[in-house]
Design a protein around this ligand. Structure first.
Ligand SMILES: Cc1cc2nc3c(=O)[nH]c(=O)nc-3n(C[C@H](O)[C@H](O)[C@H](O)COP(=O)(O)O)c2cc1C
Length: 338
């Protein structure tokens, strides 16, 4: 297969057949989805999110029981549960740790590596990527603002030029706005070690999300996945991409309320930021688990417009593999006639 040549780096780094990652998704990437992705030949990532340590330990062990393949553990540096989760690494000894949120500290990356893990870091900007590499990251996930969930401000298209083309020293995985094997093939040709999906896997058969959440994805067009932005620089927040609904207005109102409380000295900036983070985790749970798609946060990327059917994880990965191979063959054909 022609794709083997382009899969080698991602395969070696992740220890999988197909270097397609199902990125961690809080309340979605649980042992069932993660193990299904791994057993189908891809790479699943268990979401740390705000999960209390005792529950995360059980989820990690459950995933281990459901698959004997490698999988990642995602830690979000801005989560209130981050530090206790980080302490778990020495006992859990995951094969891969995926840091998201802000730039992890050098000693935090060292903690993951001392526990035997390969470290991937989410890089939403070039500056952050360079710091992460200096701190010891083994690979980057460059995620453009087309993605679902918490996002940066730079598009995948620009990150490709800023980071994929300029960072040959480590494997670079591309995320944000990708839903087809055709696109994966072209990213591999550009030098990507693999591609990370979120939105498409979120509604796979094995995903335990509420049917209301799943149906909202099926109905949505790309333009329905909008960003929720910061309204005042005194309360810096990370933008979130989700399907537009009443919950987004509610978030704007929360920001106004917190800003007033900061002004009046009723709350500190740190407490306000924690409340913002809790809002998202709570709102995502309401949508993904309870099915409240009007007031909950239906986090989805713009690629939601390309997702129009529910498939099993295996069907998705098999289809991606076929599309990747066909696209690479087509490109080879068109180049050989030049
Ligand atoms: C519902 C949802 C929840 C997410 N939660 C997380 C998370 O907890 N940690 C994380 O690193 N990324 C999270 N992401 C981002 C995904 O891991 C992935 O990088 C992104 O979805 C890829 O872009 P796409 O949405 O265009 O497929 C989330 C994405 C979605 C759609």
């Amino acid at each position: 297969m022609l794709r083997d040549r382009f899969f080698t780096r991602g395969r070696d780094f992740l220890g999988v057949d197909t270097p397609i990652l199902c990125g961690a998704m809080t309340w979605v990437s649980n042992p069932q989805l993660v193990s299904a992705v791994c057993n189908a030949g891809g790479f699943g990532v268990l979401a740390g999110g705000n999960t209390p340590t005792d529950i995360l330990i059980n989820q990690f062990k459950e995933t281990r029981e459901l698959t004997n393949k490698p999988f990642g553990l995602n830690l979000v540096t801005v989560s209130p549960a981050y530090m206790p989760q980080l302490e778990l690494l020495k006992d859990l000894r995951p094969s891969h740790v995926v840091f998201a949120g802000a730039v992890p500290k050098e000693n935090e990356i060292a903690m993951a590596k001392d526990a035997g893990a390969k470290v991937l870091c989410f890089a939403p900007t070039k500056v952050m990527a360079k710091r992460m590499l200096k701190f010891g990251a083994d690979a980057l996930v460059i995620e453009g603002m087309e993605a679902g969930g918490h996002i940066g401000h730079v598009s995948t298209m620009v990150l490709l030029q800023e980071l994929l083309f300029t960072t040959p020293e480590v494997p670079v995985f591309v995320a944000g706005g990708v839903a087809t094997g055709q696109m994966c093939a072209h990213l591999l040709l550009m030098g990507a070690a693999g591609v990370q999906f979120g939105t498409r896997f979120a509604i796979a058969t094995e995903s335990t999300v509420h049917d209301g959440f799943r149906n909202a994805f099926l109905r949505a067009k790309s333009r329905d996945a909008v960003t929720c932005n910061q309204i005042d620089s005194r309360l810096p927040i990370v933008s979130v991409r989700s399907l537009k609904n009443e919950g987004i207005d509610e978030f704007s109102r929360l920001q106004v309320k917190l800003l007033h409380e900061i002004d009046e000295g009723k709350t500190t900036k740190e407490e306000a930021l924690e409340q913002v983070e809790k809002f998202w985790m709570g709102a995502l749970r309401r949508a993904a688990v309870e099915g409240d798609i009007d007031r909950g946060s239906v986090m989805a990327g713009q690629s939601v417009g390309l997702v129009d059917k529910v498939q099993s994880v295996k069907e998705i990965i098999d289809e991606l593999n076929d599309e990747i191979e066909n696209t690479l063959q087509t490109v080879r054909g068109s180049l050989s006639c030049c």
